[in-house]
Design a protein around this ligand. Structure first.
Ligand SMILES: [Zn+2]
Length: 418
């Protein structure tokens, strides 16, 4: 896990269902601290973690049941698997699936099988299950990247406002760029190879005008440059190289896809950083884990060092550690271990909860529920080890779940005071 004092951390965490067993809770909440003989009562911490209304800094749209992109509820337990029967079968053998299915069956009051849960979902409908999952998750706000374009029948941001007190938008910059480049290709075709530098200028102008139009509605930008060749951004990309990439892209077949146009990707990324600076918008950087298109070797945030050290972007507010998708897809031990690793070094003021939930309302519920359990466990251990006092742990819980994000994303105007 890569951490640095410069970054702000997104995370989502998992389940420790045994802690919700009342017998276990009584044992767990009264522990000896590192100082011999001193007993600590963790019920205050438990209450703080349970009661804080969380701000989810990274999630995606819910999708209709009859979307062609959805092939059954089992997809909620895979990452990027589509039409892959083998992956669906293996997913059901994971610790995460077995644990999560129990949680969902308990939430819905159904039998403990995928079929029972699927039947409940069918009978209840998307509105009802979303309402149930969001109520149980207890968000005060969610920030949604609505730029995943490979799915159909996606509910828009407005739709989600029925279920969460506050829904803010995160703008995926490469998606904006691709939309503009579709227009550019149209122009290119009908102007018989219009001068490429002119098209680059037009693209830049459109990019800025779109950002200006939505600047007041968005809370962060997000880059998925990691998907398009990795995080080794060329900080000195020549405009002529970007133009050459554009020329090739416009002459390539459909659909328009930025992968393999590295100079153009770097150029768009640097333009995005300029926008991020101009509007003081945080920039989320996708770094790891994802579908098959992502090369994990190239999406390691270590490649991002040059950007972080470039003086031109020293004022940019980056979020570039994201293991939201890894959670709740690891074991309980894995999740606790990951969050402990984070807190080994990262300032408490920079660690933020997120779910990276997508498509299925249950992924919001699982992310939120498990986060509360794991954060409680990690902060409790920090007290036992002597890293934190109990009052400090209570403050840390409020920061991690809500206050850090409210401050960082500047969403204080919303009614999301923890
Ligand atoms: Zn995501």
């Amino acid at each position: 896990m890569d951490i640095s004092l410069l970054f702000t951390v997104l995370f989502a965490v998992l389940i420790l269902s045994v802690l919700f067993n009342s017998r276990a809770t009584a044992i767990e909440e009264l522990e000896y601290s590192a100082e011999e003989g001193e007993k600590m009562d963790f019920s205050v911490l438990r209450k703080a973690v349970e009661e804080v209304e969380s701000v989810d800094g990274h999630c995606h749209n819910i999708v209709a049941f009859d979307s062609n992109s959805v092939q059954g509820f089992i997809q909620a337990f895979t990452v990027g698997a589509f039409g892959d029967a083998e992956a669906f079968a293996f997913a059901q053998q994971s610790l995460s699936f077995k644990r999560s299915l129990r949680d969902i069956a308990k939430l819905y009051g159904t039998g403990l099988s995928l079929e029972s849960v699927e039947e409940y979902r069918r009978v209840s409908g998307i509105q009802s299950i979303t309402s149930t999952c969001f109520k149980a998750a207890r968000f005060s706000a969610i920030l949604m990247d609505d730029g995943i374009d490979m799915m159909d029948k996606v509910y828009d941001i407005e739709w989600h406002k029925t279920f969460a007190p506050f829904v803010g938008r995160i703008l995926r910059t490469e998606r904006v760029a691709e939309k503009i480049l579709e227009q550019v290709r149209y122009l290119h075709t009908f102007t018989f190879n219009m001068h490429i530098p002119l098209l680059v200028k037009f693209s830049g102008f459109r990019f800025l005008s779109i950002i200006v139009t939505v600047a007041n509605e968005i809370y962060a930008l997000k880059s998925i440059a990691a998907y398009y060749g990795g995080l080794e951004i060329n900080l000195n990309v020549a405009k002529t190289d970007a133009e050459e990439d554009l020329r090739q892209l416009l002459n390539a077949g459909k659909p328009l896809f930025l992968l393999n146009y590295k100079s153009l990707v770097s150029y768009i990324f640097l333009q995005s950083l300029e926008v991020s600076l101009s509007y003081d918008l945080p920039m989320q950087i996708h770094t790891g884990f994802g579908d098959k298109l992502l090369d994990l070797r190239k999406s390691n945030p270590l490649h991002f060092r040059a950007v972080l050290e470039d003086k031109r972007y020293s004022k940019c507010r980056f979020v570039y550690l994201d293991f939201g998708l890894a959670i709740p897809k690891l074991s309980v031990h894995g999740m606790i271990s990951a969050v402990k690793d984070l807190l080994n070094l990262a300032p408490l003021s920079k660690v933020m909860f997120s779910t990276d939930a997508y498509t299925f309302p249950e992924t919001f519920y699982l992310g939120a529920k498990n986060s509360r359990e794991v954060v409680f466990s990690v902060l409790r251990d920090a007290c036992i080890n002597g890293d934190l006092s109990l009052p400090e742990a209570v403050e840390a819980a409020k920061d991690i779940f809500a206050r850090n994000a409210i401050r960082f994303y500047n969403i204080s105007s919303a009614k999301v005071v923890p």
